[in-house]
Design a protein around this ligand. Structure first.
Ligand code: PLP
Length: 355
């Protein structure tokens, strides 16, 4: 394995004083990881350096054509004093899946996990310890060629940065109101929906603004072809307790395969709850709200873990789910996942790794 060169900062920044006011994504630690790719040389020169601006040509291809992929994961401060990651191998596997779609040369997944660990160990003093807080980890790769022609880059940069982040719901699990978007789409099958790449999020902004302006916190995306099937919610996968089972849309190319989603499916199955991964039509969901078969709904993702859905706005209709309250399964999944992630309960699946 390549050796990572380390240049420590000579000017450590003050750490946030009030961990209850961390918010998300605006505070960065003292160091970052960098590695270069050049055609002919491959990935080389892995190094940890003080966090700071990157020299980049205004012609850098990522700025013009969006050849970029990223990941989102967290490190958690556990009661035994260890700092743990949650299924980091899954993040790096998905990063390579995204790389493949965007014509970015693959990274060594095991090495990338080691790079995360080494960076987190160096900035371990930045892992917040207040209830619900964590260290968010953002690995990303972008095209750095100074070249305005459209082609796969020959020079790329792999970077990892870290942010201490606050509790997503400081007052506990609050059900969110969701806007069913029937005009704009996020992704289509054959496109890049299953990858974490910048363009998917640029495509989502307009609908997100529309939902926010109408008083809703997130968008429920429908499929790009027929606008008929449920895809996901904002940057979360979505689950519905429908009848006696839990239904989540099947991954068919336009949906991001969430690691929280995969973990929810495993937990539900281990509890004997039937899980169906299949196409789910909006019409079936609306029918379920009328018949009483729709018992609860929730989103899943690294940021919020589980986000219960209390209401749906669909056209002119406002539909309450579970009386606008958090459902029993949502609460049970939230408790189980956060228990494992923050090291408060046993980890029967072996999902966590110490840095
Ligand atoms: C990251 C992301 C998710 C959730 O994935 P996790 O691995 O569970 O964090 C879901 N949908 C989209 C669009 C995402 O970007």
């Amino acid at each position: 394995m390549l050796k990572i060169a380390v240049e420590r900062t000579t000017a450590p920044k003050p750490k946030p004083e009030d961990q209850t006011k961390l918010g998300f994504g605006g505070i960065f630690t003292d160091h970052m990881f960098l590695m270069d790719y050049n055609a002919g040389e491959g990935w080389h020169d892995p190094r940890i350096v003080p966090f700071g601006p990157l020299p980049l040509s205004p012609a850098a291809m990522c700025l013009h054509y969006g050849q970029e992929v990223f990941e989102g994961m967290k490190a958690y401060a556990c009661p035994d004093g260890s700092v743990r990651l949650f299924r980091p191998d899954e993040n790096m596997k998905r990063l390579n899946l995204s790389c493949d779609r965007l014509c970015i040369p693959p990274i060594d997944e095991a090495f990338a996990v080691e790079a995360v660990k080494e960076l987190v160990r160096l900035d371990a003093g930045w892992v917040p310890t207040a209830e619900g807080t964590s260290l968010y980890i953002r690995p990303f790769i972008f095209a750095a060629d100074a070249q305005l022609g459209v082609h796969p880059a020959k020079h790329l940069i792999f970077c990892i940065i870290l942010c201490p982040v606050g509790a997503y719901f400081p007052e506990g699990l609050n059900p969110v109101k969701i806007y069913v978007e029937q005009e704009y789409v996020r992704a289509v099958r054959g496109g890049m929906g299953y990858t974490k790449t910048a363009g998917n999020y640029a495509a989502s902004l307009k609908a997100q603004e529309k939902a926010n302006a109408a008083g809703y916190s997130q968008v429920l995306w429908l499929d790009g072809l027929e606008h008929k099937y449920i895809e996901e919610v904002g940057a979360m996968n979505v689950f519905f307790a429908l009848g006696d089972s839990v239904v989540t849309p099947a991954l068919q190319g336009s949906i991001l395969g969430g690691i929280t989603r995969k973990s929810c499916v495993a937990l539900l199955q281990s509890w004997g709850v039937p899980v169906e991964e299949r196409p789910l039509a909006l019409a079936e969901l609306l029918e379920g709200t009328r018949s009483g078969q729709l018992k609860e709904a929730f989103g899943s993702g690294t940021a919020a873990v589980i986000s219960p859905i209390g209401a749906l706005r669909c056209g002119e209709e406002n539909i309450a789910i579970n009386g606008g309250n958090i459902g029993a399964l949502s609460q049970r999944l939230y408790d189980a996942l956060t228990g494992i992630q923050w090291g408060r309960s046993p980890d029967p699946f072996g999902w966590t790794v110490a840095v």
